[in-house]
Ligand binder design. Structure first.
Ligand code: T3D
Length: 264
């Protein structure tokens, strides 16, 4: 598929997906959803890819759904089935990101609004430029935080802050987002690219399967009992204990050298 709404490239184990409709703050159309799906398919198939970075072109990260896209626009008084759009596109996208075979980084270069916030929060690590912000725009247009927003927000920032963000739809500056625990780090604008590149390079040579199992265990924890979580950990430890990367990690430690993980 030739991409028109995103750019996608992979090098040195790092795949970069850039949402590329800067004039519309990289808001999602049906066409963009299709291209992102295709890029994620490529990541699943290409075992040389060890980490995904998602960012936005221009001054915004992503303003969520393109409200003018025919798939959601109210035309001649006819209201489309929003639930259907959310199920087909956004739920599917978040489930894909949350179960991707490689770790994910969201590089927040500017404003993230609506589903754009949730897409960022579905990534494993979120790094934002100081000038970026996060806005639960939904209530301003009569909707609720979808795309996992009502799941991510209270877990990250607690119920009081989640309710305030969701109901009032104020922009949360990146620095405060870091202080509240919504994201991993906020950095100076000029440092965003280098910080993300460094992090991506670091993750790309780590034991990929372990990183993904860490994500899975963290996702499961809020709805598990302690006993269920301990069992899940034991299962993952069993699986990872038999992995080549574990053997390499231990051998490298014993031999006092840097490990060469393959992601297997
Ligand atoms: O069916 C469904 O809807 C279900 C799916 C829901 C998922 C969702 O994400 S719903 C929430 C949708 N998003 C929003 O409501 C956010 C709308 N955007 C804004 O509130 C503002 O643009 C921002 C606060 C994000 C940024 O404000 P600002 O002043 O920096 O930029 P701007 O001037 O508003 O936007 C720049 C351009 O992008 C402008 O186009 P123009 O006038 O220059 O041609 C603006 O219309 C366009 N744009 C921004 N967001 C969207 C958009 N166009 C379409 N859809 C957008 N979401």
């Amino acid at each position: 598929m030739a991409f028109e709404n995103i750019t996608f490239a992979a090098a040195n184990g790092v795949a970069r997906l850039t949402l590329n409709r800067p004039d519309k703050l990289n808001s999602f159309t049906e066409a963009m959803h299709a291209e992102v799906r295709d890029a994620l398919d490529q990541i699943q198939e290409d075992k040389s890819i060890r980490v995904l970075v998602i960012t936005g072109a221009g001054r915004g990260f992503c303003a969520g759904q393109d409200l003018a896209d025919p798939s959601v626009a109210i035309i001649n008084g006819k209201v489309p089935d929003m639930g259907n759009v959310v199920e087909r596109h956004y739920k599917a996208l978040i489930m894909r990101l949350a179960s991707l075979r490689v770790p994910t980084i969201a590089a927040i270069n500017g404003v993230a609004a609506g589903a754009g916030v949730s897409i960022a929060l579905a990534c494993d690590l979120v790094i934002a430029a100081k000038s970026a912000s996060f806005m639960q725009a939904f209530s301003k247009i009569g909707l609720i935080p979808d795309t996992g927003g009502t799941w991510f927000l209270p877990q990250r920032v607690g119920m009081a802050r989640a309710m305030g963000l969701a109901m009032l739809a104020d922009k949360l500056p990146a620095e405060k987002a870091e202080a509240w625990g919504l994201i991993w780090r906020c950095v100076e604008d000029a440092d965003l690219a280098a910080t993300v590149d460094g992090l991506a390079a670091q993750l790309a040579v780590m034991p990929t399967k372990a990183l993904v199992r860490i994500r899975q265990a963290m996702q499961a924890a809020p709805t598990h009992t302690l006993e269920q979580q301990l069992s899940m950990e034991a299962g993952f430890m069993r699986e990872l204990g038999w992995s080549p990367d574990y053997a390499e990690g231990v051998a490298a430690f014993m031999e006092k050298r840097a490990p060469k993980f393959t992601g297997e």
